[in-house]
Design a protein around this ligand. Structure first.
Ligand SMILES: [Zn+2]
Length: 79
């Protein structure tokens, strides 16, 4: 979504809109948007409002989500 790079879904970070907030997680319900695991991909998606487009709604983006790309990996490690 961010950079357009093709990658297996297992190597992507999955996001959905939960109560108007962007949330990461593999099991959350609803329309999903994916970025690859590079922070630059996430930032690009934010800058382009790609999450709003892909999720078809306006979502607030918590800057703390950047931790998913910079070391806080618990969400990504969930099966
Ligand atoms: Zn990417």
């Amino acid at each position: 979504m961010g950079c357009g790079r093709k990658a297996p879904q297992a190597e992507l970070v999955r996001f959905t809109a939960q109560a108007g907030l962007l949330a990461s997680g593999r099991t959350l319900p609803g329309r999903a948007a994916y970025t690859c695991t590079r922070l630059s991909c996430f930032e690009r998606a934010v800058a382009r409002r790609a999450f709003n487009r892909t999720l078809r709604r306006t979502v607030k983006i918590d800057p703390a989500l950047q931790r998913l790309y910079t070391g806080g990996r618990d969400e990504q490690r969930r099966p």
